[in-house]
Design a protein around this ligand. Structure first.
Ligand SMILES: [Zn+2]
Length: 580
């Protein structure tokens, strides 16, 4: 559908024969290779070596060329014997490039990434090489070491100059129009469109992938990648263009493989062509058969610590946040739960998965893969828009609570259908929980000490964040209102005295049955006080002396008090758990 103009020329390359992979050439031989410059809007050139033109020493093939065009990216393709049975990662490459007159730079050690059956060119392909400073180069050196006994039968080196076009050096402003700020659904985040990052490429490249029309699908998953290029490139838009060239022209995928790419500033780039970006998803080329119904998002950079080159980094928080916004927009549009797992082709994986979850690859690198649980949670939070909100706690307040029961109460959350109460009793490090559709909950504490509680609301398939946490202290289980010494209190009306906000080590006043002076001891003072309450001894009835609350002060109370008196061998406080 697009006529490429091919300029077939012949250029003299120095084909080097050298020793160890990373050493300079020990001997060189001159060989002629064919070089095409290809017009795709991006200046590019292709160097090709047939089998008879390849030189090998100590198992390593060497290539060293002056390019007819300056270039900002380079990839290596090859064929070999027994190609079907070899993992591309079994090939090791070392690549370096330089400008005229400049000294040689550091070798970048990389590996094969793409299998022959994964691309229309039918070749193995190296990872894309991009100079760390994004500047142009004019010469390159490549060393290719196949596995032992494997013979290279054809080689191609492709270079391209993607330096012209959009320059990105910062986050693009994220402006949200005022009237769209209040919305139920997450908005589409700002996206740098193809026409913005492509610069002056021909329109036919901009508006359609080559060789096949776009296939629109409803996504069920998203697969996260890293681009295995340098972290924090000076111009990430240029890296996007280089990846486009590598995927579309070298790999023969007709277009860039990813649906979206994200740079270190949090800028999102539209990847594969999609005429209906706002409403449709398009089948891309990023994870083999798992492309189907999955959205491929690539973080620009290298995030796998055990790979030598380019040096591994950590994803920028701005890249993570933008990706979460992008996923929230897409997942809300497709009504997908970002926290759940589901089947993609033959894999049962999280809907937000890493490339390694479907293919034998380290992509997107340990440093990014380990962050995906947090990404899922944050996407869920963005979709819910904070719904349901956590309830506000209302009661109980300080004071007495009758019948040994405390009633918790919280605010009703609009739209919530269920609440979950968490309670942490004294001395227990774990939360116990219960659920109710009401907005109150009755609880009977049995142990003196510090309690904490909190509530979540449930609605629209998810639990809210926790409410604030309330802690309170159960001072004592005692009979009656100690201060009032209310004659009408009966033994059935055990009350609880609750104090909020006290630290767990705080001890309240003693309300110990029989302890007439609240000094936390049972002793002769209390026996004398009891006598003063005993009408039989001329005193007047006082319920505070009525140890068994039978309405009379008599020998039973004296015996009870004596039995509890530690000085007489008793346990103290008549078995009421206070003054501990
Ligand atoms: Zn990947």
């Amino acid at each position: 559908m697009k006529a490429w103009r091919l300029f077939l020329t012949s250029i003299l390359c120095v084909v080097s024969i050298q020793g160890p992979l990373l050493q300079a050439a020990s001997t060189v031989a001159n060989g002629r290779v064919s070089v095409r410059t290809v017009e795709t809007g991006i200046p590019s050139a292709v160097f090709e070596w047939q089998e008879s033109e390849l030189f090998k020493e100590e198992g390593i093939y060497g290539f060293e060329c002056q390019s007819p065009i300056p270039f900002t990216g380079l990839s290596v393709g090859w064929l070999c014997t027994d190609a079907n049975n070899i993992d591309p990662g079994a090939f090791t490459l070392a690549i370096r490039a330089r400008s005229d007159e400049e000294p040689c730079e550091k070798w970048v050690v990389t590996r094969g990434e793409v299998r022959p059956d994964e691309n229309l060119a039918g070749l193995f392909w190296s990872a894309l090489y991009i100079p760390p400073d994004c500047n142009t180069r004019t010469q390159f050196e490549v060393r290719l070491r196949p596995p032992e006994e494997v013979r290279i039968s054809f080689a191609r080196i492709s270079v391209a100059d993607t330096s012209s076009g959009l320059l990105v050096t910062q986050s693009f402003e994220k402006e949200v129009e005022e009237d769209t700020m209040v919305t139920e659904e997450p908005l589409r985040p700002p996206i740098i469109t193809r026409s913005e990052w492509w610069g002056d490429l021909p329109p036919e490249e901009l508006y359609s992938p080559r060789w096949w029309p776009p296939t629109y699908r409803d996504i069920t998953h998203s697969i996260i990648h890293h681009t295995v290029t340098y972290n924090n490139p000076p111009n990430p838009a240029q890296v996007v263009r280089s990846i486009w060239h590598y995927h579309a022209n070298d790999n023969g995928w007709g277009d860039i493989g990813y649906n979206f790419l994200v740079d270190q500033y949090g800028n999102i780039y539209q990847g594969r062509y999609n005429e209906y970006l706002d409403t449709q998803d398009v089948h891309a080329a990023h994870a083999g058969t798992y492309n189907y119904q999955s959205l491929g998002i690539a973080f620009i950079g290298q995030f796998h610590p055990s790979w030598p080159d380019p040096p591994a980094g950590d994803p920028d928080v701005r890249a993570l946040e933008s990706t979460e916004e992008l996923l929230a927009w897409k997942f809300a549009q497709r009504s997908l739960d970002p926290l759940e797992q589901a089947t993609l082709v033959d894999k049962y994986i999280y809907r937000i998965a890493g490339h390694r979850d479907v293919s034998a690859t380290a992509c997107p690198g340990d440093n990014l893969y380990s962050l995906l649980p947090g990404v899922r949670t944050n996407v869920d939070g963005l979709i819910s828009g904070g719904f349901p909100s956590p309830p506000m706690l209302i009661s109980p307040a300080d004071g007495s609570h009758q019948n040994c029961r405390i009633t918790f109460e919280w605010s009703s959350v609009s739209g919530a259908t269920m609440y979950r109460i968490f309670l942490k009793p004294p001395g227990r490090p774990i939360w116990v929980s219960d659920e109710t559709a009401a907005t109150t909950y009755e609880y009977s504490p049995t142990v003196i000490g510090a309690y904490c509680w909190k509530v979540q609301a449930y609605g629209d398939g998810r639990w809210s964040e926790d409410s604030e946490e309330w802690c309170w202290y159960l001072d004592g289980l005692y009979v009656g209102m100690r201060d009032a010494c209310d004659h009408s209190i009966t033994q059935a009306e055990y009350n609880l005295w609750v104090t909020f906000g006290k630290p767990a080590c705080w001890w309240g006043p003693c309300h110990c049955r029989g302890d007439s002076n609240d000094d936390c001891q049972l002793n002769a003072v209390d026996v004398l006080a009891l006598r003063g309450c005993w009408p039989g001894l001329g005193g007047s009835y006082d319920p505070c002396c009525d140890t068994n609350y039978d309405g009379v002060i008599n020998a039973v109370d004296v015996l009870a008090l004596r039995g509890a008196w530690p000085g007489l061998g008793g346990a103290g406080c008549l078995g009421i758990p206070c003054c501990e």
